[in-house]
Design a protein around this ligand. Sequence first.
Ligand code: FES
Length: 172
Amino acid sequence: MPHDAESNPRTVWFKALEPGELPEGRVKPVTCALRTVCMTHFAGKFAALDNRCPHQGGPLGEGSIENGLLRCPWHGWDYDPLTGKAPGYDDGVETFAIEEREDGIYVGIPAMPEHEPTVTDVMAETMVNWGIRHVWGMVGHSNLGLSDALRRQEAAGNWRARSNCCAAPSGR
Ligand code: FES
């Protein structure tokens, strides 16, 4: 399903391609913020598709356009290179808005939603209120929420991270 940049005021535009960078009939992966999009150039038009193949996540931007279809490099599923739809189906790959400007091709990516404070943010704020000013890193999936909360505290200037292993908060 395409993102409608005009109805979403929180779309962020990224320059994805320089003029003439992507030849007709070619594809290319491009990173826009936290997303990778598959840029396509086909039949004189450009498109931006989610780089992740719906089958098992193959990198569509490393695929190729064959017989008018974008072919995933992992298992060969095909998609329309402009609409992202799978032939014979109504669904397929997510697409993003594009704008062809004088200085290149831009992709509209929906902005990340505003962060909603969580219990881990309260934990991090409590640690700051206790006088903790340095953190010696954290590792492990179970710590990712707290790690994000600590990054937000660091961004706010409330403390500094010292390394990225072996969690060990300390005082001043
Ligand atoms: S991951 Fe794309 S066809 Fe399997």
